[in-house]
Design a protein around this ligand. Structure first.
Ligand SMILES: CC(C)(COP(=O)(O)OP(=O)(O)OC[C@H]1O[C@@H](n2cnc3c(N)ncnc32)[C@H](O)[C@@H]1OP(=O)(O)O)[C@@H](O)C(=O)NCCC(=O)NCCS
Length: 385
């Protein structure tokens, strides 16, 4: 296997993007990451596209719309689907393409345009990412799945609604510092606790946003990376795990076993431990998701995630800063694009280009991206020279 680095990054504005079609959304970060790398599309050997669902953008074969619009033909492009983890699965596929020697330079672009449909329809589409035989037909929705996880966590580990709300307060705070964020708005603990209930105990501000957006990166082999970039960021560990489709089959609702499996694989491959991680982007689709991630990634012991946010250990000056780009909660969650956007943020941090939200001296970063309610999980570890 060859070493693989990220040598270019781009992230379009997340939000309700009535101004752009799916292909136009994708074009923005592609142009930005090519400019960042200082190369042209002609220097790229192959493309991988991460898009979760045709149903949001009302398109069939949306990846072809993107390579055609970019003028990439006749070079290869194919789509990777992994629900809300489609972006990270596309990064993993791009990494394998370069590591195996099939290509030297790969463009990974991920996009989603969710606001072509209204909230009710989006909820219905997303709900089908769960067990569509035994759970979804009986009325479960995505907020519903995570509400069950939150209730179990509160029951088993004494996590409180206030602790859930603290995750939202933190991520909205850092979203204020990210001009690309869908919502730039500080929220107080009281605002979160008094917002309307979506699925008890989760309220409006415990939920991620329904966003449109796209992100892109350029991956290169060691030889090419050294030619192209003065600041390559290496992907040194990759892990991928899975879990049961139905929550009813899980041994313990409070542990996402796919995360534990993927994290252990990634740490082992990179030769690091959770203590070595300087900055992380984790899957806070709902506030309980971030608390479970602290535990399942080994940042704290099982059951201590609530305490971790209460003690502000995941703030910029805490033990391990998490989601200081605003997370899915405030930066937004255009589902297919999220994983690549996480890679972009970690690269910014490791290159010390994150501005006000910079983690001083960050050398090792981690991204954690979940499909559905844990059915597939990708964890990547990033290191700078
Ligand atoms: C929480 C949710 C149901 C709210 O949708 P909604 O009731 O249709 O809300 P609206 O779009 O009418 O927005 C109402 C207001 O709340 C804001 N808002 C909407 N969702 C928000 C969220 N998740 N967090 C913070 N503010 C939000 C809007 O900007 C709007 O503000 P405004 O009145 O100042 O303009 C929706 O965001 C949701 O389903 N989120 C979860 C998405 C999901 O499951 N994704 C996959 C997870 S992996």
């Amino acid at each position: 296997m060859r070493r693989v680095a990220i040598v270019g990054i781009g992230n379009g504005k997340f939000g309700i993007r009535k101004d752009a079609s799916l292909r136009e959304l994708a074009f923005e970060p592609v142009k930005e990451c090519l400019d960042d790398a200082g190369i042209s599309l002609g220097d790229v050997d192959s493309m991988v596209t991460g898009i979760a669902s045709d149903e949001f953008s009302l398109a069939f074969q949306p990846s072809a719309q993107i390579h055609d619009y970019l003028g990439f033909n006749p070079k290869p492009n194919f789509r990777v689907e992994g629900a809300c983890a489609s972006g990270s699965m596309a990064v993993r596929t791009g990494w394998l393409t370069v590591a195996s020697g099939i290509a030297d330079v790969v463009l990974v672009v991920a996009a989603e345009k969710m606001n072509e449909v209204n909230t009710g329809v989006a909820t219905e589409i997303l709900g089908r990412a769960g067990d569509s035989t035994w759970e979804y037909p009986f009325g479960t929705s995505f907020p519903g799945y995570y509400a069950m996880i939150a209730s179990a966590h509160m029951d088993r580990h004494g996590t409180t609604e206030e602790q859930l709300a603290m995750v939202a307060v933190k991520n909205h705070h850092y979203g204020m510092m990210n001009p690309l964020a869908h919502i730039q708005k500080e929220v107080s603990l009281e605002m979160v606790l008094n917002s309307f209930v979506v699925a008890h105990p989760l309220k409006l501000y415990d939920c991620c946003l329904i966003s449109d957006g796209a992100a892109a990166i350029i991956l290169a082999s060691e030889e090419k990376a050294k030619e192209i970039s003065k600041k390559p960021v290496w992907i040194t560990g990759l892990g991928c795990g899975t879990d049961t489709l139905g929550l009813n089959e899980r041994r313990d609702l409070t542990t996402l076993e796919g995360t534990v499996f993927a994290a252990n694989q990634a740490y082992k491959m990179a030769g690091v431990t959770p203590d070595d991680i300087d900055v992380a982007c984790v899957h806070d689709c709902f506030t309980i998701g971030e608390i479970c991630a602290y535990e399942d990634l080994g940042f704290c012991k099982k059951g201590e995630g609530g305490k971790m946010i209460e003690e502000k250990q995941t703030y910029l000056d805490g033990k391990i800063p998490v989601n200081v780009d605003g997370g899915l909660k405030s930066k937004g969650h255009p589902i297919g694009a999220t994983g690549v956007s996480m890679s972009v943020e970690i690269v910014k941090q490791l290159r010390e280009e994150a501005g006000k939200r910079q983690v001083k001296g960050a050398e090792t970063g981690l991204s954690h991206n979940i499909a559905g309610s844990g059915q597939a999980v990708a964890v990547h570890i990033y290191q700078r020279d």
